[in-house]
Design a protein around this ligand. Sequence first.
Ligand SMILES: C[S@@+](CC[C@H](N)C(=O)[O-])C[C@H]1O[C@@H](n2cnc3c(N)ncnc32)[C@H](O)[C@@H]1O
Length: 727
Amino acid sequence: MSALVNSRDPSYGQLERVLTAQKTAAQNAVRRKGERPRDLQPRSRCVDEYTMAALSNKMNNMESGHMMMTTVIGNPYPPSVTPLKDLEKVMIKDLTLETHHRGTYLLLRFICPAMRMSAVMNVAEDEAGTAIPFAVYMQEPESVRTAESILKDKRVIILKEPYFKLGTNGQYAVQVDHPSDITWLSEDDTRIPTKWKASDANTGTLWSAMEYFEAIELYSRAMRSSLTAEEAEILHNNRALANLRIDAFEAALNDISFVSNREHRLEKGLYREALALYGLERYTEAVEVLELLVCKYPESTSGKHELARSRLRLAEQETGSYDFKALYKATKLRPPRMDNATYKGPIEIRESKGRGRGLFTTLPVKAGDLLLCEKAFAYCFTTPQEEKAKTSSKTLSRSSYLMDIPHNRITVGTHADLIPAISNKLYRNPSLAPTFEDLFHDDYEGAKCVLIDGAPFLVARTMLPNAFGSPLTSKHMIDNPGSYNRDSGIGLGTLGIWTLASYVNHSCYSNCRRAFIGDLQIIRAARDMPADTELTFSYVTHQEPAELNKILLKGWGFQCDCIICVDDRETPLAQKIQRQKLIRATSGTSTKKKLELIEQLNSTYQRPSTEVPRLQTWDFHFSLVEEFAERSETNKEVIEQVLACFESVGFVIQGARLSPITSSTITIERWGLPHDKATRAWLTLRNVYNLLGKHDLADQAKEFARMNWMLITGEDMTFVYDNPTRT
Ligand SMILES: C[S@@+](CC[C@H](N)C(=O)[O-])C[C@H]1O[C@@H](n2cnc3c(N)ncnc32)[C@H](O)[C@@H]1O
């Protein structure tokens, strides 16, 4: 799942210093809590300092070509839920430090060009002309909405129950962690003092400039004038389109329902209603609306196109059949968000003893069966290394780190973008809130507040244990191993939330496997399983059990109790040291010596590998497979070593050996751990059988190879079996 930063990360030292500075600042701030500062800067000085900071931010980014985004989460607090009419206006000079000013509000106007750091920033003034730095978190990335369009110069807002903060650099600022605490005043709002009224509002160009947020505001303003029913319908349909463009699907549906009877809606209304339903993944309803549209307006080509698209989604949802060729093609999109539906196979959420809830099979399943193909609920993509290298040097690269002060941990990835992405999605589509809110959130009770307003802190708390890191595609990771490096975090910056996959609990001895194609997560059974089996996969890629458990404890608050971890805890330290020594000794030695070393290595394990898989020994057996395969007279040894690979990870395979009696069927009596290199191992076996004329066995080995490829990439369309040079 998402990656914690470890001491091998090249930025670790710098990040630790930032985390320490943040912690010290938080402690200093606590000491001054409740104090009303007497040294607020004069307006002009405040503006000058902000302008200098904005310039230096820009210069730093330009010089290094790299932007390091750090998002800090402190102790969560709930958003303001008091109606504005019950709040009393205060001025900036009345604010006290580190205080949530419950029961009050500020009327503010921005007075500089906005800038984006971890937050969107500006300087705000009140009616008395007192100015203060202002920061709002949880906003869309710059590519979706510019800082300037959020905290636009001269824009007026009401900030409910403001939070006045002492920053890391000792500067005072008003900080907004819940965007819903802000009431954005449109230019004709009567609450704007006359002296702040803008005189040069230009409304004509906004729509063509695709400023959807402002277009929505303009349409809303126009709706307040007296209109005929026909004009009002047109305005509502137009605002629905602007809402669709910012993914506010529920607001779009509200606009469309201005004409309450669907039968009476205009073509545009029906079309936009269907798009909104599609955006909410309500494909059955989208199909219903589009069937009505094409019946009422048979000449509508876009209606017919959308109907076909929605029917495809419905089929995916119901049958789990996907066009993988089209999926790979779509991964060229940036971000690679797939236009596909989620398929939920024979699985359901149930209680899992000692682990909260988990995902269970409802029917017997076979190895390779598709259990879930889930579209991301939220997804933030990081460009793969080799693509970054190709882009112009003028483009800023970006690393995002999340500093979790209460838990004293740093996480790498696109959290800085994922938190606002989730927050905004929920804010704009509240009906989706329960899906996210129900996810695991530990002892953190505040998650319920998500329902009120998509509160970001609460989102961050729920997001952290549930976010998955993902490659562009799992196949891309196999084909470009250099682009993904767990130690440096390279290539692992893409993060997403998959709300069903999130219910899968961890086990090192996993029974299913996840793969990714863009923002689709594909989970397949890694063994035959009866109904009512709990699905598990590993949250962390291969590590020594002790190291892995440290990560699990820090990131997810539990220790794994699978047989691999239990066995490791029971193994005496001296034996583990001996094991490591032997593992190191095996590289670069002769075949004969390797065989001896492997025998010694195996004697350091207390339980048989069929009971406790030995991931560390796979590679040594596999290196022998390759050495023997080069000498074609050693077919028997190749078969033995391939089988030793599988046995080392827990498989019990019958009928694969050629003596004493040659069988015609390979049976997997017990499934072990899925392994990335297992495809190649099965194909090596297939080649040997073919050389020996055992074509029945060869076909079966090829079939197991296909199955493994499907597990690790999610599909078998790209399975290549003629020249098994790859995994
Ligand atoms: C992503 S959630 C998994 C779903 C979660 N069990 C639920 O009830 O929603 C991760 C959390 O599940 C629990 N968990 C997962 N695997 C576990 C395991 N093997 N043993 C104990 N707890 C586990 C931990 O509390 C962990 O922080």
